[in-house]
Design a protein around this ligand. Structure first.
Ligand code: ASP
Length: 601
């Protein structure tokens, strides 16, 4: 028996030893009577040499193999001949001289070459995900994700957390997204939901005396997909009894910090900065501020209190705001950029436009400059700190819109003008979120979820001014991406009832939906709070990948389909009948047309 070794592990010190390697054919070439096969496994590649004088079965293998054939090779390790070493490769100083080789599996010509680093169309990558997984990028990413999860669990265990698996067939959880439904066969006409989060179960764990709960939990939300959102995602779900914000923050910083170090080899400085929701909007125009760079927004509404410039005057008169962003002197942005993509960024976020002007030693220049009074210009210069050569961008409108629009311009400016240091992570806590947001159809809905505790000073506003009620909810934000959220919870049945009422729920509705929770709260509920952090997003940012699809083994496309399995697939009439359902005729027609198109194509 020879020793089994990973392809990427062989080094000059192994010379003279007999080894067996298993792997895929990464590359094959014939050269002066020798065949060279680069054999690859997850650890790397080793060069296998097959001599022309080798025994016939070995020569036959040498001739037969193609890219991605699976081989077993037994041979001896030797230094490569002088001058033929490959310093790019960790195994580049040695080669494996084959004495025996066996084809364990043949392979069709792959749709893309595994070792070729050039980008491959994502549809093709997802259709052949099992081949994509062989590539270095996904091997690296999934292994880093594994280390991340292992470290999270180990650290959680060290901190006294208990991992509890909560069910995946649940009643609908109100996290604000659409549920995935699973029709029930035994009780036709009813359905389970897949959990949008284990929220109520983890709270019930607290009532159950579990004290510190954690779970690497799968969650499902039927929402439109984006680069950082999939239907199903994984979160680090945590709940703790007898805590306040400080305890939750400390635990999360510890957990994520430990996993970050283990998976990405970088330390996260602690404690993470904190900023209130209000201040985040004020300074960055966003509740998920990218704090890797400064360039904060400035409110200049009062400077334009009596302005003659119509757009600003209208905003001021309507109780809105004028916000400014100083861009330090440089060749850019050009007028064309400001009127093009920069304006576009502001307009996409609801602003009517983007105003801009430059400050020079002898005055101001730009389309709006001549409409502003000397006092206004002086005020603008003083408040923004603009110096000669600087450009100042402005938005005006309802306060939230002016802020969000200029916040978007700030992010664009950062990307375009190179303000971002891509080598750092800026984690921070955003705190004191409002309890509610306006419901488009009237009334209010929870910004986080209805189990969030209200800020102690704000219970009195619940009926009179619900939108002014602050909550004890908090988010983790990193580099402008929301990484997760949590809150200190309500645990008194009468307080929970008051929130349900504020949301327009009748007593009977509250009982039928959440009677079990209210009942639990009447049986001795410890004060508690928790958090859920998105694993996919954390690993994406940690690996500096542009999309969570790069850190998920089998993701869906942006339209929510799986090109590999063809899912979601049609259901048969029998399957539907069993769960008491039938398709509406117009749906049947659409399905039939799709099936025809599929058969024809
Ligand atoms: N259940 C919440 C979520 O998934 C997190 C929490 O409040 O703990 O966003």
């Amino acid at each position: 028996m020879t020793e089994r070794r990973l392809c990427g592990s062989l080094r000059p010190g192994d010379s003279g030893t007999a080894v067996t390697c298993y792997g895929w054919v990464h590359h094959r070439r014939d050269h002066g009577g020798l065949t060279f096969v680069d054999l690859r496994d997850h650890s790397g590649v080793v060069q296998v040499v097959i001599n022309a004088e080798a025994a016939p079965p070995l020569r036959e293998v040498a001739q037969r193999v193609r890219l991605e054939f699976v081989l077993r090779v037994r041979g001896s390790v030797r230094p490569r001949p002088a001058g033929s070493e490959n310093p790019q490769l960790p195994t580049g100083a040695v080669e494996l001289v084959a004495e025996e080789a066996e084809v364990l599996a043949a392979a069709e010509t792959p749709p893309f070459v595994i070792g070729d680093p050039r980008p491959v169309d994502e549809q093709v990558r997802l259709r052949y995900r099992y081949l994509d997984l062989r590539r270095e990028r996904l091997q690296r990413n999934l292994r880093a994700r594994h280390r991340f999860l292992m470290a999270l669990r180990a650290e959680a265990d060290r901190l006294g957390f208990v991992e509890v698996e909560t069910p995946t067939l649940v009643p609908s959880t109100p996290e604000g997204a659409r549920d995935f439904l699973v029709p029930s066969r035994l009780i036709p006409g009813t359905a389970w939901a897949l959990p949008q989060s284990p929220q109520l179960y983890k709270q019930l764990c607290m009532v159950g005396g579990l004290d510190r709960y954690m779970q690497i939990a799968r969650c499902w939300r039927d929402e439109d997909l984006r680069a950082d959102r999939q239907f199903e995602f994984t979160q680090l779900d945590v709940e703790m009894a007898f805590v306040d914000e400080e305890d939750v923050f400390a635990a999360l910083e510890q957990l994520i910090g430990a996993a970050w170090g283990a998976a990405f080899g970088r330390a996260l400085p602690r404690p993470w900065p904190r900023i209130s929701y209000r201040e985040a909007l004020e300074r960055y125009g966003s509740d998920k501020p990218d704090t890797r760079f400064g360039h904060e927004l400035v409110t200049v509404t009062d400077v334009f209190a009596a302005t003659g410039l119509r757009v600003f005057a209208d905003a001021v008169a309507a109780g809105g705001a004028v916000r400014a962003l100083r861009i330090p002197a440089g060749e850019r942005p050009t007028r064309r950029e400001l009127d093009g993509p920069w304006r576009e960024a502001a307009v996409t976020h609801g602003a009517a436009g983007l105003a801009y002007l430059w400050r020079w030693a002898d005055g101001w220049e730009g389309p709006i400059a001549r409409h502003l009074s000397a006092t206004e210009l002086a005020g603008l210069g003083q408040r923004t700190g603009a110096e000669a050569g600087d450009c100042v961008c402005l938005t005006a409108g309802p306060a939230a819109v002016a802020g969000a629009a200029l916040g978007a311009v700030r992010l664009l400016a950062a990307r375009e003008l190179g303000w971002i240091d891509g080598e750092v992570e800026h984690f921070l806590w955003v705190t004191e979120f409002p309890m509610f947001e306006p419901e488009p159809s009237g009334g209010v809905r929870p910004l986080h979820h209805p189990f969030t505790q209200v800020h102690a000073d704000d219970w009195g506003k619940l009926e009179s001014d619900p939108l002014a009620v602050r909550s004890r909810a908090y988010d983790i934000v990193c580099n402008g991406v929301e990484m997760g959220s949590g809150s200190i919870r309500i645990t008194r049945p009468e307080q929970q009832g008051a929130i349900f009422r504020a949301l327009g729920m009748t007593e009977a509705e509250a009982q039928s939906k959440f009677g079990f929770l209210l009942s639990a709260f009447r049986h001795g509920a410890p004060p508690h709070g928790g958090f859920a952090a998105g694993i996919d997003r954390l690993v994406m940012v940690g690996l500096r990948e542009p999309s969570i699809r790069e850190v998920i083994a089998f993701p869906k496309t942006q339209t929510g389909a799986d090109p590999m399995t063809g899912a979601p697939t049609a259901v048969t009439a029998d399957q539907l009948r069993e769960v008491g359902l039938a398709l509406r005729p117009e749906v049947t027609a659409v399905r039939a047309a799709a099936a025809d198109a599929g058969a024809g194509g």
